[in-house]
Design a protein around this ligand. Structure first.
Ligand SMILES: Nc1ncnc2c1ncn2[C@@H]1O[C@H](COP(=O)(O)OP(=O)(O)O)[C@@H](O)[C@H]1O
Ligand SMILES: [Mg+2]
Length: 483
């Protein structure tokens, strides 16, 4: 039985054929037995009628006259049966086919009694000299008032048997023909069921081996269970593919991130190591150079500190590990405070700072420490990339439910092809441009996350050599749906 289990196709085919043969076999047996009963019954009725008709023709004669003999001969020939007459003593007195050997023979007493009582009898009789089994019908001869004897009508049952044989033959051929048609149909049906399942199985194996782009082809116009299964399978494969791609992207992002951190850490550490070695080996003798070396090392340490702080912030933001202390805050105050803190650095680069922040600007909902961080980063950038220029900060109410802050500078600007990338972690337009004031490249990535955390929006416009403008929208308390 093992081979039966090997393929769904075979199992379906065998099951269908078995059901078909069983079904048709039962139908065939039922038809042939019921038709035999039916035909025998028909024959009996027919013979009873014939016997009645014979009696109708001869009932008035009490004895066998030449007319009676002629009548039964003619009727016997006409109905293809033998007719015998017996009298009230139970002796056969006439036969239709001149089988005189039976004339004078007695019939059984119980039969005679039954007939003389006015009853009919039907029985299968074996008649001497007759090979075929005969169906015999015996009815009284005469009228109800006076019975003269009985009429026996014999007819071969071979006719019924041959009809049944014919029916059986037809049923057999119908089963064979049906079997051929059913085999073809069932083969097609089984094939159409097992083929797509086979395809799904193959695709599953391929996906298991890592080929996530594998899909199962299907005809869109059908919506049966197998098509639905294939569609669901493809949807699942698509999802797996997306997850796998996302995993790949995430993995790449993580690796890039680690590579960037390592690079950013290694540069200052290598520099510091070099200077320390020089100082340790006594290679730098004069105090002026030594002071210079210490100053560089101090700057590098500051940078490292700055980098680690930025990294901590970024990781916390990405993990959504930062909670804001939300209050109603006036951005004018925060911006003025940040500008004041940065004043020495702004002056050192010979820049002007102009703040246009009317007092009637509504407060926003925010965390003042984080808002300070946002403005510090942007104003610091503006100052870093501008020399002998000006930084303008303009606050205005926008559409009643936002406060818009524009921070513009007329510094070196950002090349158009890099504008989109400035939000990426560790991205710096050109490392050569910022030799003195080295940045981590994390500032704007942090700013963007912080603005989003405040339900705000930040955009940038810049032109190389002309200047840069950052525009930030913060929702006010009045903004609908702001929580
Ligand atoms: N106001 C600006 N003018 C010109 N370039 C800018 C300005 N602000 C940002 N950038 C560019 O975007 C890059 C990313 O900024 P940021 O994330 O703050 O990093 P960092 O300041 O540490 O370099 C900067 O390196 C700089 O090239
Ligand atoms: Mg910066």
């Amino acid at each position: 039985m093992k081979w039966i289990n090997q393929s769904l196709f075979r199992r379906l085919l065998i099951s269908y054929l078995f059901i078909f043969i069983l079904g048709f076999g039962i139908i065939g047996i039922v038809i042939s037995t019921s038709s035999k009963d039916y035909l025998t019954d028909q024959k009996r009725q027919e013979m009873l009628q014939q016997a009645g008709s014979i009696n109708g023709a001869i009932y008035h004669s009490e004895v066998v006259t030449p007319e009676v003999l002629l009548t039964i001969e003619q009727l016997g020939e006409f109905s293809n049966s033998n007719i015998w007459l017996f009298d009230d003593s139970g002796q056969i007195v006439a036969t239709s086919s001149r089988q005189d050997i039976f004339v004078g023979e007695p019939i059984s007493d119980d039969l005679l009694k039954e007939i003389m009582d006015g009853q009919n009898r039907i029985q299968v009789m074996d008649i001497e000299g007759e090979e075929r089994p005969m169906l015999s019908v015996i009815v009284p001869w005469g009228s109800n008032e006076q019975i003269h004897g009985g009429i026996i009508l014999h007819s071969p049952i071979a006719g019924i048997n041959s009809t049944i044989r014919n029916i059986r033959e037809i049923v057999q051929w119908a089963i064979i023909g049906g079997l051929i048609i059913v085999t073809i149909l069932v083969s097609y049906l089984s094939w159409s069921i097992s083929k797509p399942l086979k395809k799904v199985e193959e695709a599953t194996n391929e996906i298991a081996l890592g080929n996530y782009s594998k899909r199962v082809e299907h005809d869109n116009q059908f919506s049966d269970e197998i098509s639905e299964l294939i569609k669901s399978f493809n949807r699942m494969a698509e999802k797996l593919n997306t997850i796998e791609n996302e995993r790949g992207t995430l993995e790449k992002r993580r690796n890039d991130f680690i590579a960037n951190i390592s690079h950013e850490l290694r540069t200052p550490l290598t520099a510091m190591k070099g200077f320390l070695e020089a100082l340790q080996d006594g290679l730098v003798k004069d105090t002026e150079s030594q002071q210079k070396y210490y100053a560089i090392m101090y700057r590098e340490t500051e940078y490292l500190n700055h980098l680690v702080n930025d990294l901590m912030d970024l990781i916390k933001l990405e993990r959504q590990d930062i909670s804001l202390d939300l209050y109603c805050v006036h951005l004018q105050e925060i911006i003025r405070k940040v500008a004041l803190n940065l004043q020495p650095s702004i002056e050192s680069r010979n820049n002007d700072i102009i703040i246009d922040a009317p007092d009637n600007i509504p407060p926003v909902i925010g965390d003042s420490i984080r808002l300070e961080q946002i403005f510090k980063n942007i104003i610091h950038n503006a100052n870093k990339f501008t020399e002998n220029g000006s930084i303008t900060i303009k606050l205005e109410e926008h559409c009643k439910d936002n406060v818009c802050v524009k921070i513009s500078d007329n510094g070196i600007g950002i090349p158009s092809y890099d504008v989109k990338r400035i939000w990426e972690r560790f991205f710096k337009v050109d490392r050569v441009r910022q030799k003195k004031e080295r940045g981590t490249g994390l500032g704007l990535a942090i700013v963007k996350e912080l603005v989003q955390l405040h339900h705000g929006e930040i955009t940038v416009e810049s032109e190389l050599g002309v200047g840069t403008t950052f525009t930030i929208f913060f929702p006010t308390q009045r903004k609908k749906g702001y929580e």
